[in-house]
Design a binder for this molecule. Structure first.
Ligand SMILES: C[S@@+](CC[C@H](N)C(=O)[O-])C[C@H]1O[C@@H](n2cnc3c(N)ncnc32)[C@H](O)[C@@H]1O
Length: 239
């Protein structure tokens, strides 16, 4: 197993409404394949967005105005992202991930499939939300299989927390959606509770939603389903 590097929590402060002290991710020192390395060199200049503390003009970034703008947080190796972008060519996807091999992998998939409606930001999505996205600028958010942080003492590292959802809601247009999928039942229950408790959100189902058709089954999910493991989709709308 590769050595894991924990990112140091940023110092405590009481200035901003949502202070990010605990990271929801661990930066792994993954090795890049030759193909990922090549994709990073050749496609990043066209499809990568550098993190800066300045509001991103999404229409300008994607070169079109009226297409729905969807944020994906933590795309992993990008397989689902690439498939969804191909399935929904009229939507634009801002895909955020911290892991370099994942960024290389998605860029490679974009080159192979000639996919042009994705832009990639390699940074902590919380800081991207805080510093780069305008209020009421998003039509949807995808969070697929966020790290469940199984152990109770790690629950504070879970991405989905009440304050994070408040921040996310401020970036959603009225009627925009949040779609979370998880294969960890206890996290599904946690997410359901957090989303239900936010007065700005409305569940589109009684509890868990049917898997929306645009979300492809991942290899890992397929394997889990065969073993009888469950997957829970949650789709909420911003009022
Ligand atoms: C369990 S993986 C799931 C990846 C992918 N969505 C899938 O379904 O295969 C969770 C991913 O979220 C990323 N992640 C976690 N917190 C993040 C954050 N705050 N900003 C950006 N990426 C994050 C991790 O690096 C990791 O790749």
């Amino acid at each position: 197993m590769r050595p894991m590097t924990e990112i140091d929590p940023t110092p405590e402060s009481s200035e901003a409404p949502y202070q990010r002290r605990i990271r929801s991710f661990v930066l792994r020192q993954g090795r890049l394949t030759k193909g990922q390395e090549r994709a990073l060199e050749t496609a990043w200049p066209q499809f990568g967005i550098e993190y800066v503390e300045q509001t991103l003009d999404l229409a300008h970034t994607f070169g079109r105005n009226h297409s729905p703008k969807i944020l994906e947080i933590g795309f992993g190796m990008g397989d689902a992202t690439a498939k969804i972008a191909q399935t929904l060519p009229d939507n634009d996807f801002l895909a955020v991930e911290v892991h370099t091999p994942g960024v290389g992998s998605l860029l490679k998939l974009m080159q192979e499939g000639d996919i042009r409606n994705i832009r990639i930001l390699q940074h902590d999505a919380v800081e991207v939300l805080q510093n780069m996205l305008a209020d009421a600028s998003l039509d949807g958010v995808h969070i697929f299989f966020p790290d469940p942080w199984h152990k109770k003492r790690h629950h504070k590292r879970r991405l989905i927390q009440a304050e994070f959802i408040q921040l996310l809601c401020s970036k959603l247009k009225a009627g925009a959606y949040i779609h979370v999928a998880t294969d960890w039942q206890e996290y599904a229950e946690w997410v359901l509770e957090v989303l239900r408790a936010d007065p700005q959100l409305q569940n589109t189902a009684a509890e868990y939603a049917e898997k929306p058709v645009y979300r492809p089954l991942t290899k890992f999910e397929n394997r889990g389903l065969k073993l009888g493991h469950g997957v829970w989709d949650l789709v909420f709308k911003r009022i």
